[in-house]
Design a protein around this ligand. Structure first.
Ligand code: NAD
Length: 475
């Protein structure tokens, strides 16, 4: 990245400042919302392979206008204070935009998880969780982490168990972290949630032809050429669903060791399994391999999905990005400088704070499930089925009365009779959240002359809600 490029946190602040300039907030309140409340740095030692290794971790709390605060824990070598503070700020705005009742937080551990055995990662994670939990930086009513880059269900299960060991009488202990496996207090559909949210966001965007036209595109998702960067949790699920369910063509996949391209479309499942068996995309047979992966961000396509990390579209390459529509599945993939270049070019950007909010949305459902101690659908499902059966029986009776001239298709009957299970309810809640949030953001984009992009619109909605919440507290 160029030295003129602001840091990730500065980028978030610049975007925030651009939006508040269009609002009428008292300067004191503006500053209160913008700044990060606190960042805790911890250095701890773990005895591994016969010697003590020291690790550095962070947990940053951006805003406590609502509690608990919420945000993932990332394991990566690039983790630093600036990054966790930027990510924590994004969490505040993201939660406000999708109406998840949380403040914003984020954590990170400077570690390359691929260098450690599972039992070593468990020791490290439990020790990190201990350090955070003893300061209430992991707590069901104060601070609830979730997975992010380099972490997943396994780490969340260790964190939950560590918290439980330290708080043996806390009946709500399971709600101290989300993204847990379903057998350890998790919820169906959390693993896929962020990628699923990206799919729902795109589906909603394509329901509005006037918005689609802003990107110079038309029609539906079917047949659209998509390039994805990062085939991890978010990128894999987004690409898989868009290909399998919406008929999109995945014409490029960019990973750490290079990229794969194919105009006829890549088989996402096959590429994913190749990566897990070979450690990278190189050598995959059914596509062209490009060693300089990042170049493929510039490939001609309809939709670009950066789903790996921040800052990948920056001052150095922004003017060469060909995609007319970018959906930010990762957090902060476009720097503030690149954002300006792309806006001038007319590229439509569906911003991170909205695009990847599926994760926190389903985390919210998991937290509610943990606090209510009951699976969604458990009370109502069979009653719903019984009522549907009543209607089906009654229609069958009427049909008989009319001499059998009309009948229901077996497929309809089967679908209609089945009550919703937890996964269907989670998907329904996520779909509704993504649609409603898009509409609130797009409404500002379409109606305000001084707002020319979705990011500014998203900030306006989110900051407006955080401001209302502070005002209600008398600030
Ligand atoms: P992950 O660790 O599961 O996947 C990241 C993927 O990107 C991996 O496949 C990795 O090999 C690849 N990658 C890393 N560096 C790369 C590079 N330089 N070029 C190309 N590929 C590279 O992480 P994730 O959970 O999918 O998170 C990805 C992004 O999405 C992050 O920005 C994260 O903050 C954001 N996000 C994640 C969630 C979630 O629920 N996991 C929620 C919201 C936002």
């Amino acid at each position: 990245m160029s030295s003129k490029e602001p840091s990730f946190r500065e980028s978030v602040d610049l975007m925030f400042n651009r939006a508040v300039a269009l609002m009428d907030l008292p300067p004191g309140l503006e500053e209160k919302i913008r700044v990060c409340n606190a960042t805790y740095t911890v250095r701890f030692g773990v005895r591994l392979r016969g010697q003590i290794q020291t690790f550095t971790g962070y947990r940053s709390v951006h805003s406590e206008h609502m509690e608990p605060v919420k945000g993932g824990i990332r394991y990566a070598m690039g983790v630093n204070q600036d990054e966790v503070e930027a990510l924590a700020a994004l969490m505040t705005y993201k939660c406000a935009l999708v109406e998840a009742p949380f403040g914003g937080s984020k954590g990170g551990l400077r570690i390359d998880p691929r260098q450690y055995e599972e039992h070593e990662l468990e020791l490290i994670t439990r020790r990190f969780a201990y350090e955070l939990a003893k300061r209430d930086l992991i707590h069901p009513s104060q601070n609830v982490p979730a997975p992010d880059m380099g972490t997943g269900e396994r780490e969340m299960a260790w964190i939950a168990d560590q918290y439980r060991r330290m708080n043996t009488t806390d009946i709500n202990a399971n709600a101290c972290v989300t993204g847990k496996p379903t057998h350890a207090g998790g919820i169906q559909g959390r693993v896929e949630a962020t990628g699923r949210g990206v799919q729902y966001a795109l589906k909603e965007y394509f329901r509005h032809p006037e918005d689609v036209a802003q990107a110079g595109l038309s029609g539906k998702l079917d047949g659209k050429r998509i390039v994805v960067q990062g085939l991890g949790n978010v990128g894999y699920h987004a690409a898989k669903f868009l290909r399998e369910e919406d008929g999109a063509l995945i014409t490029g996949i960019i990973e750490r060791d290079g990229a794969l391209i194919s105009d006829k479309g890549l088989d996402v499942e096959a590429v994913r399994s190749w990566i897990s068996n070979h450690g990278g995309v190189k050598g995959y047979a059914d596509a062209e391999y490009v060693a300089e992966g990042a170049k493929i961000l510039e490939k001609e396509c309809d939709i670009l999905i950066p789903a790996a990390m921040e800052g990948v579209i920056n001052l150095a390459n922004a003017h060469r990005i060909a995609a007319p529509l970018i959906i930010e599945a990762a957090n902060g993939p476009i720097t503030a400088g690149a954002d300006e270049i792309l806006r001038e070019k007319g590229t439509v950007i569906i911003p991170d704070m909205y695009a990847n909010a599926g994760g926190v949305t389903v985390s919210y459902f998991e937290w509610v499930k943990n606090l209510s101690h009951i699976r969604f659908g458990r009370m109502g499902r069979r009653q719903e089925e019984a009522r549907h059966q009543l209607i089906v029986d009654e229609l069958a009776r009427l049909d008989e009365h009319l001499g059998g001239a009309w009948s229901m298709t077996p497929d309809f009957k089967q679908k209609y009779l089945r009550g919703a299970d937890e996964l269907e309810l989670v998907r329904s809640g996520l779909d509704d959240t993504m649609r409603v949030a898009y509409q609130s953001m797009a409404e500002v984009w379409r109606t305000r002359d001084d707002v020319s992009d979705l990011r500014t619109a998203a900030y306006l909605v989110a900051i407006g809600r955080v401001a209302l919440s502070y005002r209600a507290k008398g600030l």
